[in-house]
Design a protein around this ligand. Sequence first.
Ligand code: ZN
Length: 330
Amino acid sequence: MSRSKRSDQTKTNNKGQRMLALAVLLLLIAGGLFVIKYFGTGDDGGDIPEWSDNGGTSAEEQSGLPEYSGSNYVALNNNVPDFPGEMYDKAGLVNSGGKWKTPGTLSGVDSRKLQPYEYYGELDELGRCTVAYGCLGLETMPPGGEERGDISSIHPSGWAKAQNWERAHLIAWALSNENANERNLITGTHYLNYDGMRPLEEEVEHYIWDTGNHVLYLAKPVFSGKEKVARGVNMMAWSVEDGGAGISFNVYCFNVTPGAEIDYNTGIVTTAEQAAQDARRYVINTRSGVFHYPSCDGAKQISARNRKEVTATRSELTSKGYTPCGYCEP
Ligand SMILES: [Zn+2]
Protein backbone atom coordinates (compact mmCIF):
# COMPACT_ATOMS: atom_id res chain seq x y z
CA MET A 1 0.00 0.00 0.00
CA SER A 2 2.65 2.49 1.12
CA ARG A 3 4.94 1.28 -1.63
CA SER A 4 2.28 1.78 -4.11
CA LYS A 5 1.61 5.24 -2.72
CA ARG A 6 5.30 6.19 -2.92
CA SER A 7 5.36 4.98 -6.39
CA ASP A 8 2.38 7.19 -7.22
CA GLN A 9 4.14 10.18 -5.66
CA THR A 10 7.27 9.48 -7.63
CA LYS A 11 5.25 9.25 -10.72
CA THR A 12 3.59 12.56 -9.90
CA ASN A 13 6.94 14.25 -9.24
CA ASN A 14 8.36 12.98 -12.51
CA LYS A 15 5.30 14.22 -14.36
CA GLY A 16 5.64 17.62 -12.67
CA GLN A 17 9.30 17.90 -13.67
CA ARG A 18 8.52 16.98 -17.25
CA MET A 19 5.76 19.59 -17.42
CA LEU A 20 8.08 22.22 -15.94
CA ALA A 21 10.74 21.39 -18.51
CA LEU A 22 8.15 21.57 -21.29
CA ALA A 23 6.91 24.94 -20.04
CA VAL A 24 10.47 26.31 -19.93
CA LEU A 25 11.08 25.03 -23.46
CA LEU A 26 7.88 26.65 -24.73
CA LEU A 27 8.82 29.93 -23.07
CA LEU A 28 12.23 29.82 -24.75
CA ILE A 29 10.67 29.20 -28.16
CA ALA A 30 8.08 31.97 -27.65
CA GLY A 31 10.80 34.32 -26.44
CA GLY A 32 12.89 33.58 -29.51
CA LEU A 33 9.95 34.24 -31.80
CA PHE A 34 9.29 37.47 -29.94
CA VAL A 35 12.87 38.61 -30.46
CA ILE A 36 12.73 37.79 -34.19
CA LYS A 37 9.37 39.48 -34.62
CA TYR A 38 10.08 42.68 -32.75
CA PHE A 39 13.77 43.21 -33.20
CA GLY A 40 14.10 41.75 -36.64
CA THR A 41 16.81 39.63 -38.09
CA GLY A 42 18.33 42.79 -39.49
CA ASP A 43 17.07 42.01 -42.95
CA ASP A 44 13.33 41.96 -42.99
CA GLY A 45 12.40 45.61 -42.65
CA GLY A 46 10.30 44.74 -39.63
CA ASP A 47 9.00 48.23 -38.87
CA ILE A 48 7.49 49.16 -42.23
CA PRO A 49 4.25 50.88 -41.27
CA GLU A 50 0.96 49.35 -42.23
CA TRP A 51 -0.62 50.95 -45.25
CA SER A 52 -3.58 53.00 -44.09
CA ASP A 53 -6.55 53.14 -46.36
CA ASN A 54 -6.89 56.77 -47.39
CA GLY A 55 -10.48 56.73 -48.45
CA GLY A 56 -10.55 53.89 -50.93
CA THR A 57 -13.56 52.34 -52.41
CA SER A 58 -16.05 49.86 -51.13
CA ALA A 59 -17.21 46.98 -53.27
CA GLU A 60 -20.61 48.69 -53.54
CA GLU A 61 -19.13 51.83 -55.02
CA GLN A 62 -17.17 49.84 -57.57
CA SER A 63 -19.99 47.58 -58.59
CA GLY A 64 -21.45 50.12 -61.04
CA LEU A 65 -18.30 50.30 -63.15
CA PRO A 66 -17.75 48.14 -66.20
CA GLU A 67 -15.04 45.51 -65.68
CA TYR A 68 -12.15 45.52 -68.10
CA SER A 69 -12.10 42.30 -70.06
CA GLY A 70 -9.87 42.98 -73.05
CA SER A 71 -11.88 45.58 -75.02
CA ASN A 72 -10.53 49.12 -75.11
CA TYR A 73 -14.09 50.40 -74.64
CA VAL A 74 -17.61 49.14 -74.11
CA ALA A 75 -20.97 50.63 -75.07
CA LEU A 76 -23.18 52.21 -72.43
CA ASN A 77 -26.95 52.71 -72.76
CA ASN A 78 -26.95 50.61 -75.97
CA ASN A 79 -24.47 53.09 -77.43
CA VAL A 80 -27.14 55.84 -77.36
CA PRO A 81 -25.91 59.23 -76.05
CA ASP A 82 -27.62 60.42 -72.89
CA PHE A 83 -26.63 64.10 -72.63
CA PRO A 84 -27.65 66.50 -69.88
CA GLY A 85 -30.45 68.77 -71.15
CA GLU A 86 -28.40 71.96 -70.86
CA MET A 87 -26.07 70.69 -73.57
CA TYR A 88 -28.84 71.12 -76.14
CA ASP A 89 -29.93 74.47 -74.66
CA LYS A 90 -26.44 75.93 -74.85
CA ALA A 91 -26.15 74.86 -78.49
CA GLY A 92 -29.41 76.66 -79.25
CA LEU A 93 -31.38 73.50 -79.93
CA VAL A 94 -35.02 72.96 -79.04
CA ASN A 95 -36.98 69.75 -79.09
CA SER A 96 -39.83 69.72 -81.52
CA GLY A 97 -41.87 66.57 -82.04
CA GLY A 98 -39.04 64.41 -80.68
CA LYS A 99 -36.41 66.02 -82.91
CA TRP A 100 -33.74 68.55 -82.03
CA LYS A 101 -33.99 71.66 -84.18
CA THR A 102 -32.83 75.23 -84.32
CA PRO A 103 -35.91 77.43 -83.70
CA GLY A 104 -37.66 78.82 -86.77
CA THR A 105 -36.00 76.34 -89.09
CA LEU A 106 -38.55 74.32 -90.99
CA SER A 107 -36.23 71.64 -92.28
CA GLY A 108 -34.49 70.95 -88.97
CA VAL A 109 -31.12 72.35 -88.04
CA ASP A 110 -29.64 75.50 -89.50
CA SER A 111 -25.89 75.42 -88.90
CA ARG A 112 -25.74 79.21 -88.84
CA LYS A 113 -28.13 79.30 -85.88
CA LEU A 114 -26.22 76.73 -83.86
CA GLN A 115 -23.99 77.99 -81.07
CA PRO A 116 -20.68 76.17 -80.91
CA TYR A 117 -19.28 76.20 -77.37
CA GLU A 118 -17.08 74.35 -74.92
CA TYR A 119 -17.74 73.87 -71.22
CA TYR A 120 -15.26 72.60 -68.65
CA GLY A 121 -16.65 71.73 -65.21
CA GLU A 122 -14.88 72.95 -62.06
CA LEU A 123 -12.54 70.57 -60.29
CA ASP A 124 -14.22 68.81 -57.38
CA GLU A 125 -13.13 69.05 -53.71
CA LEU A 126 -10.50 66.36 -54.34
CA GLY A 127 -9.04 68.32 -57.25
CA ARG A 128 -10.46 65.95 -59.85
CA CYS A 129 -11.85 66.83 -63.25
CA THR A 130 -15.61 66.57 -63.40
CA VAL A 131 -16.85 66.86 -66.97
CA ALA A 132 -16.14 68.53 -70.29
CA TYR A 133 -18.69 68.96 -73.04
CA GLY A 134 -19.65 71.18 -75.91
CA CYS A 135 -21.07 71.68 -79.33
CA LEU A 136 -17.95 71.14 -81.40
CA GLY A 137 -17.29 72.26 -84.92
CA LEU A 138 -14.68 73.92 -87.10
CA GLU A 139 -15.14 76.96 -84.82
CA THR A 140 -13.83 75.13 -81.74
CA MET A 141 -11.01 73.30 -83.51
CA PRO A 142 -7.46 74.62 -83.85
CA PRO A 143 -7.02 76.76 -86.95
CA GLY A 144 -4.86 75.23 -89.67
CA GLY A 145 -1.15 75.55 -88.88
CA GLU A 146 -1.79 75.84 -85.13
CA GLU A 147 0.60 73.79 -83.01
CA ARG A 148 -0.10 72.06 -79.77
CA GLY A 149 0.96 73.94 -76.67
CA ASP A 150 2.90 72.69 -73.67
CA ILE A 151 0.74 70.90 -71.09
CA SER A 152 3.52 69.63 -68.82
CA SER A 153 2.70 72.23 -66.15
CA ILE A 154 -0.51 70.39 -65.30
CA HIS A 155 -0.38 67.60 -62.73
CA PRO A 156 -3.85 66.08 -62.79
CA SER A 157 -5.25 64.34 -59.71
CA GLY A 158 -3.52 61.04 -58.98
CA TRP A 159 -0.46 61.97 -61.03
CA ALA A 160 2.60 60.02 -59.89
CA LYS A 161 6.08 60.39 -61.31
CA ALA A 162 7.82 57.68 -63.29
CA GLN A 163 4.70 55.57 -63.78
CA ASN A 164 4.34 56.28 -67.51
CA TRP A 165 1.23 58.35 -66.96
CA GLU A 166 0.03 60.62 -69.74
CA ARG A 167 -2.05 63.75 -69.53
CA ALA A 168 -5.23 62.69 -71.28
CA HIS A 169 -7.47 65.43 -72.69
CA LEU A 170 -11.16 64.98 -71.96
CA ILE A 171 -11.89 66.89 -75.16
CA ALA A 172 -9.00 66.31 -77.53
CA TRP A 173 -6.81 69.22 -78.52
CA ALA A 174 -7.72 68.59 -82.17
CA LEU A 175 -11.38 69.22 -81.30
CA SER A 176 -11.07 71.97 -78.72
CA ASN A 177 -7.72 73.73 -79.22
CA GLU A 178 -7.33 73.47 -75.42
CA ASN A 179 -3.83 73.10 -74.08
CA ALA A 180 -2.88 73.46 -70.38
CA ASN A 181 -6.46 73.52 -69.08
CA GLU A 182 -6.52 71.71 -65.72
CA ARG A 183 -10.25 71.08 -66.09
CA ASN A 184 -9.63 69.13 -69.29
CA LEU A 185 -6.65 66.92 -68.40
CA ILE A 186 -6.71 63.71 -66.40
CA THR A 187 -4.10 61.16 -65.36
CA GLY A 188 -4.43 58.51 -68.03
CA THR A 189 -2.63 55.49 -69.36
CA HIS A 190 -1.21 55.36 -72.87
CA TYR A 191 -3.80 52.66 -73.50
CA LEU A 192 -6.67 54.98 -72.51
CA ASN A 193 -5.26 57.80 -74.61
CA TYR A 194 -4.40 55.91 -77.77
CA ASP A 195 -6.41 52.70 -77.82
CA GLY A 196 -9.49 53.94 -76.01
CA MET A 197 -10.17 57.59 -76.76
CA ARG A 198 -8.17 58.41 -79.85
CA PRO A 199 -10.05 56.35 -82.47
CA LEU A 200 -13.31 57.95 -81.33
CA GLU A 201 -11.81 61.43 -81.29
CA GLU A 202 -10.46 60.93 -84.81
CA GLU A 203 -13.84 59.72 -86.02
CA VAL A 204 -15.41 62.96 -84.78
CA GLU A 205 -12.57 65.10 -86.07
CA HIS A 206 -12.74 63.61 -89.58
CA TYR A 207 -16.52 63.91 -89.63
CA ILE A 208 -16.32 67.62 -88.82
CA TRP A 209 -13.60 68.28 -91.39
CA ASP A 210 -15.54 66.36 -94.04
CA THR A 211 -18.99 67.85 -93.45
CA GLY A 212 -18.53 71.15 -91.62
CA ASN A 213 -21.28 69.88 -89.33
CA HIS A 214 -21.37 70.07 -85.54
CA VAL A 215 -21.17 67.37 -82.90
CA LEU A 216 -22.52 67.42 -79.37
CA TYR A 217 -19.70 65.89 -77.40
CA LEU A 218 -19.21 64.94 -73.75
CA ALA A 219 -16.31 63.35 -71.89
CA LYS A 220 -16.66 62.55 -68.21
CA PRO A 221 -14.02 60.86 -66.09
CA VAL A 222 -15.45 58.12 -63.89
CA PHE A 223 -13.92 57.79 -60.44
CA SER A 224 -14.51 55.10 -57.89
CA GLY A 225 -15.18 56.55 -54.44
CA LYS A 226 -12.48 59.02 -53.47
CA GLU A 227 -9.80 57.63 -55.76
CA LYS A 228 -7.64 60.22 -57.47
CA VAL A 229 -7.14 58.41 -60.77
CA ALA A 230 -10.19 57.80 -62.96
CA ARG A 231 -11.16 54.22 -63.68
CA GLY A 232 -12.33 55.24 -67.11
CA VAL A 233 -13.90 57.94 -69.25
CA ASN A 234 -17.47 58.04 -70.49
CA MET A 235 -17.54 59.54 -73.99
CA MET A 236 -20.66 60.48 -75.90
CA ALA A 237 -21.02 62.14 -79.27
CA TRP A 238 -23.90 62.93 -81.61
CA SER A 239 -23.81 64.77 -84.91
CA VAL A 240 -26.36 67.59 -84.87
CA GLU A 241 -27.21 68.56 -88.47
CA ASP A 242 -27.94 64.98 -89.56
CA GLY A 243 -29.59 63.87 -86.30
CA GLY A 244 -26.88 61.38 -85.37
CA ALA A 245 -26.63 59.70 -88.79
CA GLY A 246 -22.91 60.55 -89.07
CA ILE A 247 -21.79 60.24 -85.44
CA SER A 248 -23.55 58.65 -82.52
CA PHE A 249 -21.97 56.79 -79.64
CA ASN A 250 -21.95 56.41 -75.88
CA VAL A 251 -19.00 54.40 -74.60
CA TYR A 252 -16.82 53.82 -71.57
CA CYS A 253 -13.07 53.75 -72.20
CA PHE A 254 -10.92 51.91 -69.67
CA ASN A 255 -8.08 53.72 -67.93
CA VAL A 256 -5.98 50.58 -67.66
CA THR A 257 -2.76 49.11 -68.95
CA PRO A 258 -3.37 45.50 -69.92
CA GLY A 259 -1.29 43.25 -67.69
CA ALA A 260 -0.44 45.97 -65.17
CA GLU A 261 -1.90 46.65 -61.76
CA ILE A 262 -2.88 50.23 -61.00
CA ASP A 263 -3.40 51.70 -57.57
CA TYR A 264 -6.08 54.28 -58.36
CA ASN A 265 -5.48 56.06 -55.04
CA THR A 266 -1.76 56.63 -55.38
CA GLY A 267 -1.23 56.41 -59.12
CA ILE A 268 1.40 53.70 -58.61
CA VAL A 269 1.52 51.28 -61.52
CA THR A 270 2.99 47.80 -61.23
CA THR A 271 3.76 46.10 -64.49
CA ALA A 272 3.60 42.32 -64.75
CA GLU A 273 7.39 42.35 -65.00
CA GLN A 274 7.74 44.41 -61.82
CA ALA A 275 5.21 42.22 -60.00
CA ALA A 276 7.35 39.18 -60.80
CA GLN A 277 10.57 40.71 -59.46
CA ASP A 278 12.39 38.99 -56.61
CA ALA A 279 13.07 40.70 -53.32
CA ARG A 280 16.11 42.94 -53.44
CA ARG A 281 17.78 45.68 -51.47
CA TYR A 282 16.05 49.09 -51.34
CA VAL A 283 16.65 52.22 -49.32
CA ILE A 284 13.58 53.87 -47.84
CA ASN A 285 13.24 57.45 -46.70
CA THR A 286 10.92 56.80 -43.76
CA ARG A 287 9.97 60.47 -43.59
CA SER A 288 8.90 60.97 -47.23
CA GLY A 289 7.88 57.37 -47.87
CA VAL A 290 9.99 57.28 -51.06
CA PHE A 291 12.12 54.24 -51.85
CA HIS A 292 15.27 54.06 -53.97
CA TYR A 293 17.84 51.73 -55.39
CA PRO A 294 20.82 51.87 -52.98
CA SER A 295 22.95 53.36 -55.77
CA CYS A 296 20.66 56.40 -56.24
CA ASP A 297 22.10 59.78 -55.28
CA GLY A 298 18.78 60.49 -53.61
CA ALA A 299 19.28 57.47 -51.38
CA LYS A 300 22.76 58.60 -50.40
CA GLN A 301 21.44 61.97 -49.25
CA ILE A 302 18.90 60.58 -46.78
CA SER A 303 19.83 61.43 -43.19
CA ALA A 304 20.67 58.47 -40.96
CA ARG A 305 17.55 59.15 -38.92
CA ASN A 306 15.20 58.70 -41.87
CA ARG A 307 17.15 56.09 -43.75
CA LYS A 308 16.15 52.46 -43.70
CA GLU A 309 17.49 49.61 -45.77
CA VAL A 310 15.18 46.73 -46.48
CA THR A 311 15.11 43.61 -48.56
CA ALA A 312 11.71 43.41 -50.15
CA THR A 313 9.91 43.14 -53.46
CA ARG A 314 8.76 46.32 -55.17
CA SER A 315 5.15 45.19 -54.79
CA GLU A 316 5.57 44.75 -51.03
CA LEU A 317 6.77 48.33 -50.73
CA THR A 318 4.14 49.90 -52.97
CA SER A 319 1.38 47.91 -51.30
CA LYS A 320 2.49 49.40 -47.98
CA GLY A 321 2.18 52.89 -49.39
CA TYR A 322 5.78 53.63 -50.30
CA THR A 323 6.34 55.40 -53.59
CA PRO A 324 9.13 54.73 -56.08
CA CYS A 325 11.71 57.49 -56.52
CA GLY A 326 11.09 59.52 -59.68
CA TYR A 327 14.81 59.64 -60.42
CA CYS A 328 16.16 56.10 -60.05
CA GLU A 329 12.71 54.63 -60.92
CA PRO A 330 12.98 51.43 -58.86
ZN1 ZN B 1 16.16 57.30 -56.19
